[in-house]
Design a protein around this ligand. Sequence first.
Ligand code: ATR
Length: 270
Amino acid sequence: MSLYAVVGNPIEHSKSPQIHQLFAEQTGQDLEYLAIKVEAGGFAAFISKYFADGGKGLNVTVPFKEAAFALADYHAPRAALAKSVNTLFIGDEETLHGDNTDGIGLVNDLQQNNSVSIQGNRILMLGAGGAIRGALAELVNHQPASITILNRTLSKAEQLVSEFGGLIDMRARDYGSFDETEFDLIINGTSLSLTGELPELEKSVLAGNTCCYDMMYGIEDTVFVAWAKHNGAALALDGLGMLVEQAAVSFSIWRGVHPDTAPVIAALRP
Ligand code: ATR
């Protein structure tokens, strides 16, 4: 039996073991997938031991994605752009490979599961942390008309524009300098949903067709999803689909088979 795991801290509430178990059953793969908590400072030692003991692959979550990036010997191009790694495995010549499937997970959930296109659309991204960076690494490949990064700390938004803006039309704004309206797609990548807070937003950011997407999810609507529904967004989505889609891409990297995600999303939906 092949061993896989997700490593993070906290990790108790991770849905990844359930998701990968469902993928394994569906595709007839013999594997075990655990959730492992590692203390800050113990990550590098854990990685060496995990793979030395025969682990086949790892998912990495908060707060270790940047540390995983630093440890990997080889980075997939999208992980190099994201500067963070959520998928590890041993590749050729025993090198540690790092990939990042978060951005493609978001794009697959938008495009395939919800028929939301990115090409030609005006996108507003809320936040400028690791979650937004991972999303940008994939979004810039899909020819949006423009991407506005709105963040409390302007310098972090400007940093992302300097890194990704060569490829597409991008602007950085803080809440004081922001005055754009009517976006096609609004993605919340702030950590505010964790504390039940809402980014400061006028209703005028919505147009008739706007999709609002929260990268977080919960049993109840997140505050951003509730705000979007209340203000009449055409579509208000949480991040459960993204979670399953990023897991599916990791699974296919490790196992060479891409699972069908729809029944797994349905099984997890409360
Ligand atoms: P992650 O890796 O999950 O993206 P992060 O890197 O800590 O987490 O980023 C969190 C994001 O939420 C940041 O964009 C942060 O804004 P700052 O760059 O100004 O710190 C944003 N955020 C967190 N608390 C916020 C608040 N009270 N108001 C507005 N934005 C907030």
